[in-house]
Design a protein around this ligand. Structure first.
Ligand code: HEC
Length: 123
């Protein structure tokens, strides 16, 4: 009888750990591991290619987010703030409440933020 009780307690604890780890994934999904380097040319440009260049092409609405032009356009237009990364327009426009949020998602916005926090390199 006593052993069975211990078994239930262990199962209950295991269940809770499983539940909470799912919750954790959900809450922190949009925050990529800040220690893993983000590449502008592969990770970030892919976001622009997927959801932005239809409107932000060369000669269209600034910033020009097309490959080869986007990095310079972000800096010359003042869309990146390396001193206060989470105030960068390119990030704030993508998060919930931002003017471009409908074309984006939290995971992509999180990548953009970490890229800026890592120094917004043209890597
Ligand atoms: C359907 C067309 C369209 C798409 C798709 C689109 N944009 Fe825009 N974007 C605009 C227009 C129009 C403006 C200028 C008016 C405004 O700010 O809403 C703009 C403005 C901006 C600005 C300047 C905002 C400011 O406050 O100065 C940024 C930065 C931007 N977009 C980034 C993005 C990013 C990043 C994506 C993709 C995730 C994206 N846009 C997708 C049409 C679009």
């Amino acid at each position: 009888m006593h052993k069975r009780k211990i078994f239930y307690v262990i199962m209950l604890m295991a269940g809770m750990v499983t539940l909470f780890s799912c919750e954790y994934e959900k809450i922190f999904f949009d925050a990529p591991d800040p220690t893993v380097p983000i590449s502008y040319s592969t990770d970030i440009q892919a976001i622009w290619d997927k959801g932005c260049i239809g409107c932000h092409g060369a000669g269209q609405t600034p910033p020009d987010l097309t490959p080869g032009n986007s990095y310079n356009a972000l800096f010359t237009g003042g869309f990146v703030d390396t001193a206060v990364p989470n105030q960068s327009i390119i990030y704030t426009c993508m998060i919930s409440g931002g003017s471009m949020a409908v074309y984006s998602n939290a995971a992509d916005a999180g990548k953009v933020l970490v890229w800026i926090q890592q120094g917004a390199k043209n890597n």
